[in-house]
Design a protein. Structure first.
Length: 330
């Protein structure tokens, strides 16, 4: 671009010189032609007296010579002037052109320097931008690395926490299972103990009931026995007890007793029997209303049941059910 500008400016500078030189050349041509036209008139004035043929030839020769000389002189002068003018103009033009070219060169150098500076600036900016991008990239990589490291640490921590929580849960589960097992074992032991206690209580109750029954039987028997023997031989044996005789001797002695002695023993035995019957009667429980009702109506109910079936057991059950229903209706 700068070279084109310089060329255009140079052409503009040489344009007036070209115009001026062209004009000068045109002037030279006009002067030469005017000299050619003017010269024959002067020669003709000088050789008027000569004859026409000779005059024509001489004129032609003279005109030619004089015209050539005049033209040559004038041309030389004009050329010198034109050349001097051209030299001056050329000097001026060359100086201006040189100045312009120098200025253009300076501008070109300045533009080049500016372009180099701009290029350097752009390169520096690019370098800075690339450095900045690289720094951002490195920072992003470091940040990603840090984030990944943090995520990995957090993941490890979470995994460790989960592991600890799972271990705690497992320990708690084991403890709970062990507690449940111990509680179940305790409950089973307690149940066994309770069952054993209940069993022992039932056995004790049973034993107590059996003992009470036995005691009641013994008391009953003792109470009944308190009436005395109800047979003459037994009465005699009881009277002879503690005298050092055996049962056989007592039996032989009873057999040797007289009628009056035996009668006395019989009377006493009868009295004891009456006492015993009274005692037995006193020991009996009074009959319930239902028992009295059954005692009163069982015979008729049994007879009517026997009419319905030949089986005695079935008739007894039927009579019992019928009496129970009748008793409830009262």
């Amino acid at each position: 671009m700068n070279t084109l500008r310089i060329a255009s400016r140079t052409l503009r500078a040489f344009a007036p010189l070209a115009r001026s030189t062209g004009f000068d050349l045109m002037q030279v041509r006009t002067k030469v032609t005017s000299a050619k036209k003017a010269a024959p008139k002067k020669v003709v004035k000088k050789v008027k007296a000569a004859p026409k043929k000779v005059a024509k030839k001489a004129v032609k020769k003279v005109v030619k010579k004089t015209a050539k000389k005049v033209v040559a002189k004038k041309v030389k002068k004009v050329v010198k002037k034109v050349v001097a003018k051209k030299a001056k103009v050329a000097k001026k033009v060359s100086a201006a052109a040189k100045k312009r070219v120098a200025a253009a060169k300076k501008r070109d150098v300045a533009a080049k320097k500016k372009a180099i500076v701009q290029k350097k600036k752009i390169a520096a900016q690019k370098k800075k931008a690339t450095a900045k991008a690289a720094l951002i990239k490195r920072r992003a990589a470091v940040l990603r690395k840090k984030t990944a490291a943090k995520a990995a640490i957090l993941k490890k921590k979470t995994a460790a926490q989960k592991k600890r929580a799972a271990a705690k849960a497992a320990i708690l589960k084991k403890k709970t299972a062990a507690q449940k097992k111990r509680a179940a074992a305790k409950a089973a032991i307690l149940k066994k103990k309770t069952a054993a206690q209940k069993e022992r209580a039932a056995v004790q109750k049973k034993k107590a009931a059996a003992k009470a029954k036995k005691d009641a039987v013994k008391a009953k028997k003792a109470k009944i026995a308190s009436s005395g023997p109800v047979r003459p031989r037994a009465l005699f044996v009881s009277q002879q007890a503690g005298k050092g005789m055996s049962l056989k001797q007592m039996s032989e002695k009873f057999n040797t007793l007289g009628a009056s002695e035996k009668q006395a023993l019989v009377n006493q035995a009868q009295k004891n029997l009456a006492k015993r019957n009274e005692i037995r009667k006193s020991l009996k429980k009074p009959a319930t209303k239902y028992a009295l009702f059954v005692k009163k109506n069982f015979a008729t109910a049994y007879e009517s049941a026997k009419k319905q079936t030949n089986d005695k057991k079935a008739a007894f059950k039927l009579a019992t059910r019928t009496l129970a229903a009748q008793y409830k209706k009262q």
